[in-house]
Design a protein around this ligand. Structure first.
Ligand code: ADP
Length: 644
């Protein structure tokens, strides 16, 4: 059962959201229809089964001939005719069931006066025969009357129920039951053994695993900690970029804690109705406390836990704040030894409200980062295990060539490689499939069908050759893997680097990267004397890089050792810059100076190595892709290959 993604719902989940509901609602409607049909049938057929005849037939063929024994007039409308036993034996009444006690015929009388006159006249004419007994009766058709006033009510109630069901929280598929359940928490409950993820499925993340394993231990053996006077933490917050395994870690806890595990996503608290979020929080904590020891897991807590703004006019989302306040209150409300631990995950740790992070609430914060090379290898191992791998697979190389990949990216890479191999009708997944999958994940799908004119191709080849040449001769530029002019995704060509995984960057490293990014445009200028629009992506990157250098990292002498970065994310909504107009102008000037200097430097490098640049461009025009060995054939050994 997945916590966050919507695949697979365990049928035996105790709170299996909305399970069987659709079937229930259809059967409801079916029952209703059945009842209606039955009612109708009773109404029509339950009463007399006598044949209906016309007044004329009655008068002409029955009344005069003395066949009629008695007549009952019901509700002044209908006459029920009972025949004499002798008459019943006659052939003209063959269709009448002679054994039936009657009435044998019915007809509508029109008006009572006319009817009784006619009967009287008939009696007078046949004085010799026994008189016809006429009785007047008033009968109530209980069933019909009841149905006639109940039917509209039933229909209205049915429509009302139908509308309420449609309006229930979570819409069609969601849990929650009917409208009265809207304030109930929609958390999914995992009982012992219901999550199939264990700590073994989580590769790397040793520190994170250590921390959450301790959480499991807190719940299992609280005495070990409390007897020394320690308080058990109430909340654990997992912070990290998307795909780093936060949800996975929580699922592993669910799998191994052996206590009830309530999982909910932050956005599920908030509904279109006011007050629902807070009431759901209350309900969730109530349930968790009733079943303690237990764990509550709130995924994407930033949906409700964003810092509450000071500026009320700009903050329209009161409901979100109420929900957050309720969480804060609940977390304060239960004692440290209640046996409920709240876990939460977010990839926006910076925007969370400070009140959430203070000790006593989420007092443990686990930072998950993008995996390092060794961790990537471990994750690759987990995800490559189910694949049928060829001999040539080298996980070390793969982990080295996937810097910046998150755990989710690596899972995707393995799957994508297997899909590519299957498409090629291979028996095993080979290294080449992995390489192609990497390219595809990084740059998107190859678009061989994209029509590019010869002139444009020439510009693209020189542009990419420019990047390659510049970075080859720049000391701190990343190692080049390959250069390609095959259009992919939105890009027309690309130089593939193997970025270094530094923790800090020096000013020189930044500048070398900027120069490498400007290599494309510089090559265009040198080779064609004019520039094209093809450098949009590069220039965007360069501009951002330069602004971060100047305004955030304090790497410009002119601006000095100041940083205008706001790690709290509070200024997101304010329109004010934290510096004066004069400083803004100086920052702009500084950025422009920095980029211009870098551009000049790139021009110089490329002019110096113009012949190699041209050679590489021609190779690209011919072969579309140039690998490292092709580059070495042109440029020679790279002067300062950076250690990977
Ligand atoms: P998020 O941090 O965004 O919650 P998830 O935990 O949902 O990320 O991770 C998505 C997928 O990525 C997981 O289902 C798993 O397949 C894979 N993954 C991420 N990190 C790891 C890891 N450390 N080990 C194994 N698989 C991982």
């Amino acid at each position: 059962m997945a916590i966050n993604n919507n695949k697979g719902r365990k049928p035996n989940s105790p709170q299996g959201p909305g399970k069987g509901k659709p079937r229930n609602s259809t059967s409801w409607i079916l029952y209703l229809l059945l009842a209606l049909v039955l009612g109708q049938a009773l109404f029509y057929f339950g009463g007399s089964q006598a044949e209906e005849i016309s007044w004329t037939r009655f008068r002409n063929s029955m009344l005069g001939s003395g066949d009629v024994e008695r007549i009952t007039v019901v509700n002044k409308e209908q006459a029920e005719v009972y025949l004499t036993p002798e008459a019943l034996t006659q052939s003209k009444y063959a269709e009448v069931d002679s054994s039936a006690s009657g009435p044998h015929f019915v007809f509508n009388i029109g008006s009572v006066e006319n009817f009784s006159d006619a009967i009287d006249r008939a009696q007078e004419q046949r004085e010799d025969q026994p008189p016809i007994e006429v009785t007047y009766e008033s009968r109530t058709d209980w069933l019909g009357t009841a149905l006639s006033w109940m039917l509209p009510i039933i229909i209205i109630v049915a429509i009302w129920i139908f509308i309420m069901r449609r309006m229930r929280p979570g819409g069609m598929g969601g849990g929650g039951g009917n409208i009265f359940d809207i304030g109930k928490s929609k958390a999914k409950l995992f009982q012992k053994g219901q999550s199939d993820v264990t700590f073994k499925d989580v590769a790397g993340l040793e520190e994170g695993k250590g921390e959450v394993k301790e959480v499991v231990d807190f719940l299992k053996n609280p005495n070990r900690y409390t007897k020394l006077g320690a308080k058990i933490p109430k909340g654990v917050l997992l912070v990290g970029p998307p795909g780093t395994g936060k949800t996975l870690l929580a699922r592993a806890v669910a799998g191994q804690a052996e206590v009830p595990f309530y999982s909910i996503s932050g956005s599920e608290f908030v509904e279109m109705f006011v007050g629902v979020g807070a009431s759901r929080v209350r309900d969730l904590f109530k349930k968790a406390k009733e079943n303690s020891p237990s764990i509550i897991f709130i995924d994407e807590i930033d949906a409700i836990g964003r810092s509450r703004g000071k500026n009320a006019a700009l903050q329209s989302n009161d409901e979100r704040e109420n929900t957050l306040n309720q969480i804060l209150t609940e977390m304060d409300g239960f004692g440290t030894n209640t046996g409920v631990i709240v876990m939460a995950a977010t990839n926006r740790g910076d925007v969370l409200d400070r009140a959430l992070l203070r000790p006593g609430r989420f007092d443990r914060q686990i930072y998950l980062e993008l995996p390092t090379k060794t961790e990537r290898r471990a994750i690759l191992e987990v995800h490559a295990k189910p694949l049928r791998l060829a001999e040539d697979i080298n996980l070390d190389t793969l982990s080295a060539q996937t810097p910046g990949f998150s755990g989710a990216d690596i899972a995707n890479l393995c799957n994508e490689a297997a899909l590519i191999a299957a498409r090629r009708d291979k028996e095993q997944v080979e290294m080449k499939d992995f390489y192609d999958a990497t390219d595809r994940i990084i740059a998107g799908l190859e678009k061989k069908s994209k029509i590019i004119s010869k002139g444009e191709k020439n510009i693209i080849a020189h542009h990419e050759a420019g990047h390659a040449t510049a970075s080859w001769y720049l000391k701190h530029a990343d190692n080049l893997l390959k250069v390609s002019v095959v259009p992919r995704g939105r890009s027309l060509g690309a130089a593939w680097y193997l970025p270094q995984e530094h923790v800090i960057y020096t000013k020189d490293q930044f500048i070398d990267r900027i120069c490498a990014a400007l290599g494309g445009r510089a090559a265009e200028e040198i080779m064609f004397g004019k520039v094209s629009s093809g450098a949009l992506d590069d220039l965007e990157k360069v501009t951002k890089q330069a602004y971060t250098m100047v305004a955030y990292y304090g790497l410009s002498k002119e601006i000095g050792n100041v940083s205008f970065y706001d790690s709290t994310g509070r200024n997101e909504q304010s329109f004010q810059k934290p510096y004066s107009e004069a400083t803004a102008q100086r920052i702009d000037e500084e950025v422009s100076r920095l980029v211009e200097n870098a551009y000049q430097r790139t021009l110089d490098i490329l002019t110096e190595h113009r012949s190699e640049l041209e050679e590489l461009a021609q190779l690209l025009l011919k072969k579309e892709v140039a690998f490292k060995k092709d580059l070495e054939a042109i440029f020679g050994e790279r002067p300062q290959e950076i250690e990977a």
